[in-house]
Design a protein around this ligand. Structure first.
Ligand SMILES: *Cc1c(COP(=O)(O)O)cnc(C)c1O
Length: 401
């Protein structure tokens, strides 16, 4: 892939007809090193946030050795890319064949579950042909916790309720080498207290079950920075998690795990789009709800934007976007702030799309082709750059370009 200083250089060189995904390897490397150095436990990358092989190799090269995979497709992808990585199959509902293949062919020992049925499925699918059950499983019971502090809920679908957790932990203990508890506070958790609350629930479950717990996995949810969503420093999250983990009634050798997705890759990518038409303050651009802007359309996520024409000097105004497909739902309300004289044929960079951006792309309506380029400038905002708006309020938020 060709390398450029920034998005403007890409537009000058390519005048691209299709959206261009810009990647910033240095930003992903910096995020990986931050987690590896500052989180006192294992940080496994949640592959669904962005399964790009280039990204995964950058994370590996910067110390991320564990990967949270959720489908046999992700297991095969990761095993092909990283033969020595530790893979953890953290989807609480798997097929028996996916478990069998991942255990016997890809060496996956770690699985999550939230029901007795899934426990039975895992034990059966990992029993060998001679009838010997697996003796080396790490099984993590996924607990339901509140998503109230997060922008995207993960509370409805998975997780054992507190009342069911104790018997499930006791039953799971019989079938594993290491027993764990995991949860997910929801994506883009805006305060570290989300984890404190969840760990309190874990404490209650462990106390009631009276079993030895070897792994506490605090899941994903670590935030990135977006307009209107400026979280406290990640160090605050880590400090509170460390303190509350230490206070749990678990063995001295118990391990702390986390499953960051968004926080490891949000800064890795942005996208260059072109305005194809303007109607009042609605811009028809060449990527959208069925492309990398799924969250902008479906949960009204406001990504930062920047006009790439040098001669646009007018004050900013609020714009909404339409994507390229023929569907009315291909609409992103924003508001996105751009120069008021922006017009057709102008290019825009949309930032902070490394997580749940390109990963969501479809080919609906014949759109979806993209080019790629590496850029060396900074992402539009960063949790890891250390520049502060207000050192007391926040250690990490940077001004948008
Ligand atoms: C999606 C997901 C993650 C990653 O979540 P982020 O909010 O992106 O950090 C981690 N673990 C599980 C089980 C998930 O489903």
């Amino acid at each position: 892939m060709l390398q450029y200083p920034d998005a403007k250089a890409v537009v000058r060189a390519l005048a691209p007809d299709e959206p261009v995904i810009l990647t910033r390897p240095h930003a992903a490397a910096r995020a990986a090193r931050f987690f590896v150095e500052k989180f006192h436990g294992k940080s496994m990358y949640a592959v669904k946030a962005n399964p790009s092989p280039d990204l995964i190799k950058i994370l590996w090269d910067n110390g991320v050795t564990h990967y949270d995979v959720a489908s046999i497709g992700e297991v095969r992808l990761l095993r092909g890319l990283l033969p020595d990585a530790t893979l953890c199959f953290m989807h609480p509902v798997k097929t028996a064949r996916a478990i069998h293949e991942s255990y016997f062919e890809h060496g996956v020992k770690t699985y999550s579950l939230d029901t007795l049925e899934e426990l039975a499925k895992i034990t059966k699918a990992t029993t060998d042909e001679a009838g010997n059950p697996a003796k080396d499983l790490n099984l993590l019971v996924r607990m339901r916790v509140s998503s109230e502090h997060s922008e995207l809920s993960l509370a409805a679908k998975f997780g054992a309720d507190l009342t069911d957790a104790a018997p499930l932990l006791q039953a799971t203990r019989q079938h594993c080498d290491a027993l764990g508890v995991c949860f997910h506070v929801g994506s883009q958790a805006m305060t570290p207290f989300a984890y404190v609350q969840a760990l309190e629930r874990v404490r209650a479950a462990i106390a009631e079950a009276a079993v030895t717990v070897d792994i506490v996995d605090v899941g994903g949810g670590f935030p990135s920075v977006y307009p209107g969503l400026e979280p406290p420093p990640l160090e605050d999250y880590f400090a509170l998690i460390h303190r509350h983990f230490e206070a749990l009634p678990i063995s001295y050798s118990a391990e702390l795990w986390a499953e960051p997705g968004r926080a490891l890759c949000a800064e890795y990518s942005s996208i260059v789009v072109r305005v194809e038409k303007r109607r009042d303050n609605e811009l028809y651009i060449n990527d959208g709800a069925y492309g990398a802007l799924f969250d902008a359309a479906h949960v009204e996520w406001r990504f930062p934007v920047c006009a790439l024409e040098d001669d646009l000097i007018k004050p900013l105004d609020d714009f909404a976007f339409y994507g390229p497909t023929c569907d009315d739902a291909d609409y992103m309300q924003g508001p996105f702030q751009l120069p008021e004289d922006i017009q057709a044929d102008d290019y825009i960079e949309i930032g902070m799309l490394g997580a749940y951006g390109a990963a969501m792309k479809t080919g609906f309506n014949g759109f979806g082709a993209t080019e790629g380029a590496i850029v060396t400038d900074e992402p539009m905002a960063s949790l890891y750059r250390g520049d502060r708006i207000d050192p007391r309020a926040s250690d990490n938020v940077v001004s948008l370009r």
